[in-house]
Design a protein around this ligand. Structure first.
Ligand code: TNX
Length: 556
């Protein structure tokens, strides 16, 4: 992190300590007036009959656009509760199957902990949980927005598209007691009650993602699904898979069998690696799609390519390859030959297969940390691969270095000298940006120096610093060019799902809130208390997390 920002954050820290003390004092004297996400006053105590615990508005992460507590007893799930799925008007009838599947998935998730039958039924009258498409909702709701109301007769979620309904069901999970995340039946547990409320919600940005590096350490399809579950809970909508790097090539390309036969055998540290067959990858894509996440596959070119060079030594015209297998964690040494027919026939094979397997619009071509290729040759290489991606029907995405190669969607990570000016100019020429500033959003950075996992090259990132920045203004870019945010999780130092969890939770929800919630709702003090409530949820779900001292976790 640049010095300037580090110094600033010390000052912010001092200031917010003072503010915290004042707030605590105010709360102690009964002066505290609770505010909703837009600063409006909300009821300070749950209405009579509502479940004990945090106020409704304090249970939803990322915080919604608006939360209005209702009155009365709220809705309790019982043996009589039915889940109804309605696709609504004829125009949207074709989506009926999709809405029904969302209802089935919600039912499944709620049946396990509650032991209630929760049958899924056709639309009709009566108590229960209703999911309905409603094209009459305001257009500003967008595809991911939804409206959720709960009262004594039930919970209704409406949206303009199935995606919005799905996001609404994630809010419903959070409105139930944390034990709802349990993977086994909860006996003698809480009443499964949703307090009366109206939630109106829609995201700030259309792109909210996380990246998993499966190249440095391989993660099985089941482990990737677990990662997807965590993203879905916080309403993320993109999963970026970093599929290739110096230490491993993790996706089968039938035209180039050596890539996986040779390039997938190991990982950092020398333990056995692995790769996804087309069927494995498609299963991950399907699982993600079911949760309304788009998979963005990345093949890192022309650098970070030692595993590819091990499989295709003829592409090593600069002599950059290290002996295979490479199990260390240095970066920037390898490159494919940037010119010649052989390399473009290689990239075409890879791009074509990946485009065939990927329903989403994006294909990420990497492009970071190429130290051995002259700038003009690099730009020309990126331009040609970008064309291949477009020819395969996809939109190329690249790390911010690819700006000179004309890539139109740039993932910003590197704030070093000159990079932000280059980014701004690219956006002025029309490029769009996914914000992944390494000093804020890199989930592989340590929380503090001395933390056992992770790296520190971009600084240490505590929860507050992951939360306290604005994707629109952190670096100067053309207004409106920021598509959203993404939190990358590089895995040089992480090789088990438990270790991923410790880096992901509680920082992922911070990034998720930056991507989803209105700018004016961002408030560290309120965020950290909402985050504290998530701890019990993660424990019920069996997720690991780090109990960082900045967050007021309830006692266990
Ligand atoms: C930089 S960020 C990299 C990765 C490393 C990461 C570790 C980027 C595009 N490249 O190769 O894994 O740092 O934090």
């Amino acid at each position: 992190m640049p010095r300037r920002i580090a110094g600033l954050s010390v000052r912010i820290r001092a200031l917010s300590t003072v503010l915290c003390v004042l707030l605590l004092a105010a709360a102690g004297f009964g002066l505290h007036r609770a505010l909703g996400p837009r600063g409006e006053a909300v009821a300070d105590h749950p209405p009579a009959g509502a479940p004990a615990g945090p106020r409704t508005a304090d249970r939803i992460v990322p915080v919604p656009l608006s939360v209005t507590p209702g009155s009365g007893p709220g809705y309790r799930l019982t043996a009589g509760t039915v889940i109804r799925a309605a696709a609504g008007a004829e125009a949207v009838e074709r989506q009926a199957g999709e809405v029904r599947r969302i209802a089935e998935r919600l039912a499944e998730a709620l049946r396990r902990p509650t032991g209630l039958p929760l049958p899924v039924a056709e639309p009709g009258d009566g108590d229960g949980i209703g999911l309905a498409l409603d094209p009459a909702l305001p257009e500003t709701t967008g595809p991911e927005g939804y409206r959720l109301t709960a009262d004594a007769t039930g919970v209704r979620i409406t949206a303009r598209s199935p995606e919005g309904l799905f996001r609404g069901t994630q809010t419903l999970r959070q409105l139930l007691p944390p034990q709802i995340e349990s993977t086994t039946r909860v006996t003698g547990g809480p009443e499964w009650t949703v307090a009366p409320v109206t939630v109106e919600d829609r995201p700030r940005y259309g792109y909210r993602g996380a990246m998993l590096d499966v190249a440095r350490h391989f993660f099985t399809p089941a482990e990737v699904k677990g990662f997807i579950d965590r993203l879905a809970l916080y309403k993320l909508n993109h999963l970026h898979l970093h599929l290739t790097d110096d230490q491993g090539w993790r996706i089968e390309i039938p035209a180039r069998p050596a890539l996986t036969a040779v390039g997938a055998v190991s990982e950092v540290g020398g333990t056995p690696g692995g790769f996804y067959t087309a069927a494995d990858y498609q299963e991950i894509v399907r699982y993600a799609q079911e949760r309304y996440l788009t998979v963005v596959p990345e093949i890192d070119l022309p650098g970070h390519s030692n595993a590819a060079l091990a499989a295709q030594p003829e592409l090593d015209c600069t002599g950059s390859a290290r002996p295979w297998p490479y199990t260390g964690i240095e970066v920037g040494f390898s490159t494919l030959c940037p010119t010649g027919d052989a390399v473009f026939s290689f990239t075409r094979d890879v791009v074509t297969e990946l485009a065939r397997l990927t329903p989403g619009p994006y294909l990420h071509i990497g492009g970071d940390e190429v130290k051995r290729v002259a700038p003009a040759a690099y730009a020309e290489f990126v331009r040609r691969v970008g064309e291949q991606v477009r020819a395969a029907g996809k939109t190329p995405v690249g790390w911010n270095q690819t700006a000179p190669g004309g890539i139109g969607v740039l993932q910003f990570w590197d704030g070093r000298a000159g990079r932000d000016a280059e980014l701004r100019e690219a956006t002025e020429r029309g490029a769009e940006v996914i914000m992944s500033p390494s000093g804020r959003s890199y989930l592989d950075m340590k929380y503090e120096s001395g933390y056992p996992l992770g790296l520190v090259w971009a600084g240490t990132i505590d929860v507050r610093s992951a939360y306290s920045w604005d994707p629109d203004t952190l670096v100067p870019v053309r207004a409106g060019s920021v598509l959203g945010v993404e939190a990358p999780l590089w895995t040089e130092t992480l090789d088990t799902p438990g270790e991923l969890d410790r880096m992901l939770l509680p920082r992922l929800p911070a990034l998720a809130e930056l991507g989803w919630s209105p700018r004016e709702s961002h408030d560290w003090g309120r965020f950290r208390s909402r985050l504290a409530e998530e701890g019990a949820r993660w424990e019920a779900a069996g997720y690991g997390y780090e109990r960082r001292p900045e967050v007021p976790w309830p006692a266990r």
